[in-house]
Design a binder for this molecule. Structure first.
Ligand SMILES: [Zn+2]
Ligand SMILES: [Zn+2]
Length: 720
């Protein structure tokens, strides 16, 4: 054995050995307990960051623990094409080369992004492996795998047939720069200072921050409770400049205290106004197009950008003498979460999922504890989102993703939905004059199906959605591992992902996708600051694992903080954990040098001294405690317990008590060797899920067993 633990010499070799020997691939047996985690697929568009390293560590600890308990364990890895995110990253790269997406055809662009993602994916797999992840690579899935896409299509078609998918005009959050509509979640509220203009509409004065949209007004609304305007309801008002008359209506959505209490209704450019417009059958007029430029206005504004038009319109309104007052106000606007520019609310034909019934079922699954959130606070968060969910817009105007399998017939104006195949003709009038929807699915629509899609993918083409009882039993991976055991992921994607997996999982399989939800907090720097490139406090997990060893990195990532809480990590922390690895190595080396490593397990531990009995008792306590801690996801407490036991009880006290100084050097009391072997062997087993590499290396160096440590049995707790 070398003097110090040289992780670089061991890690890759050990990983390859595990993988090649097939230990990551379950060989399920009837009647044996099953444990399954579907890995949240990292985006295949960048390197892994420290947050990924934390979740991989947490999941690998659970997986290794359950594997050692003799269960059939599946950890299924994957990669996410990450629709808009990836296209955004890729377009930035194009920009650096002086190009844009508009320089390529749809097919060319798709192929370019595909190649880029494949390269990243290979890189990412290497990185996951270097972190010691014992996942089953033979079952790895990518969100754009043919078999996965097939299942996604089947779910969509079935939702459509069940009347849960509809095509509707909705005000969408349109970003004129990205050229796509975003979901409510992909926009951010931002407080901005604006001018509130009080404008004279002859019979009534209104207040607006967007005078350039007056040409799209189709009514003025007041609150029915507002005494000031009671008499005006049913009369008309006149839009300045164009002098068009519009009705004054009553609606209780109007805020009496904002501006004058009279609201101009512009259904084409505001989500609330759109709702009010629908209720009162008002027409929708558009004066801003998708490029953010003026249309359908008097000549002088045509083609101007909305902000430019505002200035000009205000000048003209002032000339006309209808600007009664100007007021600076702070108000919330929606900005694009990608480029931080203003979102333009626009009505668009999109595909929507009716969420009411799906969300209700998901809620009752949580209430009925069919899905258990380990932390109450995150359960509340999920229930809050489910109770307030609006219909889900699943159309995205981007190339990178799963194209929606819907064909529009130009003759009868109807849609033909398929399971992905191109229809010969329109299913209603048999016209061949059909065209596929250009949009792709929201990336969360496909990843929302991830748990069942990954487990069904091997037989994907033959199944029906919802899954029949027969298929549930027939399809082996599904029968064995669904519902999966734990969904371990970040709190920020509870609304995007976790609740949608529950909704779609219940819909497609009539069962929840996972039994427990374990949410992890963020990794922060040592000052507790969020880690980001702009702050310059990035910790590269691969660099750290190369420098200090993967085991040191892994323990630093769970040390001192509950999984659900944020954790502060610095290079010093990781370096500190390295000392623990060295300590373990030194004990092993001492055992080897003193020849206390012969005849492992041949002899039952036979305590002779007070110290012998005490350490055996302490070991039992440690086994009991750490087992319970891992079962309850208190990984930080478990590693702390093991650290204290190994360092203080075993190394500092017990080992010292067994040493006998002779002329030739230090020896171990012979009668204590069986005890030492029992204790150290169990330390390696208990530490293995946390520090897989050094424990496996020591296990081998000391020749403890022919069987590798990864499949050694977890010690059984001895009841008193
Ligand atoms: Zn944008
Ligand atoms: Zn037709």
């Amino acid at each position: 054995m070398q003097k110090v633990w040289e992780h670089q010499k061991y890690e890759e070799k050990i990983y390859k050995f595990w993988e090649k020997s097939g230990y990551f691939t379950p060989k399920p047996k009837k009647g044996r307990k099953k444990f399954c985690i579907i890995m949240p697929p990292p985006n295949a568009n960048a390197d892994l960051h420290i947050g990924h390293a934390r979740f991989i560590t947490i999941q690998d600890i659970l997986i290794r623990y359950h594997r050692m308990k003799g269960e059939d364990v599946l950890w299924l890895p994957g990669a996410d094409h990450a629709g808009i995110e990836t296209q955004f990253v890729f377009e930035k790269k194009l920009k650096e080369q002086g190009k844009s997406r508009f320089d390529f055809s749809r097919e060319e662009l798709y192929q370019l992004i595909w190649n880029y993602v494949q390269e990243n994916k290979i890189n990412m797999e290497k990185q996951i492996k270097s972190l010691g992840a014992s996942c089953d690579w033979t079952r790895e899935k990518f969100t754009l795998d043919t078999e996965i896409v097939k299942i996604v299509y089947k779910t969509f078609k079935r939702l459509y047939e069940d009347g849960l998918v509809y095509r509707g005009k909705r005000i969408v959050n349109y970003c004129p720069r990205c050229g796509t509509a975003y979901s409510q979640l992909e926009t951010e509220p931002q407080e901005r200072e604006s001018t509130l203009f009080y404008l004279d509409y002859k019979t009534i004065t209104i207040a607006t921050t967007r005078p350039e949209t007056i040409f799209a007004d189709t009514a003025i609304a007041v609150n029915p409770k507002d005494k000031r305007y009671k008499k005006l309801i049913g009369k008309t008002a006149t839009i300045p400049i164009i002098k068009r008359k519009i009705p004054i209506i009553a609606d209780n959505l109007v805020d009496i205290n904002f501006g004058t209490g009279a609201l101009k209704i512009t259904p084409g450019h505001d989500a609330t106004d759109f709702e009010i417009g629908k209720k009162h059958n008002l027409p929708t007029i558009l004066v801003i197009d998708k490029q953010g430029r003026m249309v359908n206005t008097p000549k002088q504004y045509l083609g101007l950008k909305a902000e430019e038009a505002r200035i000009k319109v205000v000048l003209d309104l002032e000339k006309e003498g209808v600007v009664i007052k100007k007021e600076k106000i702070k108000h919330l606007v929606s900005i694009c979460y990608k480029d931080k520019g203003l979102i333009e609310p626009l009505p668009e034909e999109q595909w929507f999922i009716k969420v009411e019934k799906l969300a209700k079922n998901a809620l009752s699954a949580i209430k009925g504890k069919k899905v258990r959130f380990v932390s109450r606070k995150y359960e509340k968060m999920a229930m809050h989102w489910l109770s307030n969910l609006k219909d889900w817009n699943i159309s995205r105007q981007i190339v990178w993703g799963i194209r929606i399998p819907a064909w529009f017939c130009k003759d009868c104006q109807k849609w033909t939905i398929t399971e992905g195949e191109t229809p010969v003709s329109c299913q209603f009038c048999y016209s061949k004059n059909i065209e596929q929807d250009k949009d792709t699915f929201d990336t969360w629509f496909s990843s929302g199906q991830w748990p069942y899609a990954t487990l069904l993918a091997r037989s994907g083409s033959k199944i029906k959605i919802p899954l029949s009882l027969k298929d549930k039993k027939r399809l082996i991976d599904f029968a064995n591992f669904y519902p999966t055991s734990v969904m371990e992921t970040g709190f920020d994607i509870i609304p995007f992902w976790v609740i949608r997996m529950i909704m779609l999982g219940l819909y497609a399989t009539n069962n929840v996708p996972f039994r427990e939800v374990l949410i992890h907090g963020l990794v922060r720097d040592k000052e507790g600051q969020k880690i980001s490139k702009s702050k310059g406090n990035v910790i590269n997990p691969l660099e750290m694992s190369y420098k200090y060893g993967t085991d040191a990195l892994r323990t630093a990532l769970i040390w001192g903080s509950k999984i659900e809480n944020d954790i502060s990590v610095s290079e010093e922390n990781i370096k500190g954990q390295r000392n623990f690895a060295n300590k373990l190595w030194n004990i092993a080396r001492f055992i080897k040098i003193t020849k206390a490593n012969l005849n492992w397990g041949k002899e039952k531990p036979n305590p002779q001294t007070k110290e012998d009995s005490l350490i055996i008792k302490d070991l039992q306590k440690t086994i009991q405690k750490t087992t319970k801690q891992i079962e309850e996801y208190r990984l930080n407490e478990a590693i702390n317990e093991l650290y204290k036991f190994v360092w203080h009880k075993l190394a500092d006290k017990y080992l010292e008590s067994t040493k006998i100084k002779t002329e030739k050097g230090t020896k171990i009391r012979k009668p204590s060797i069986s005890v030492l072997q029992e204790v150290f062997k169990n330390c390696l087993i208990l530490l293995h899920p946390f520090m897989p590499f050094i424990t496996e290396a020591v296990w081998r160096e000391l020749n403890i067993s022919k069987k590798p440590l990864i499949i050694e049995r977890w010690p059984i707790i001895k009841e008193k």
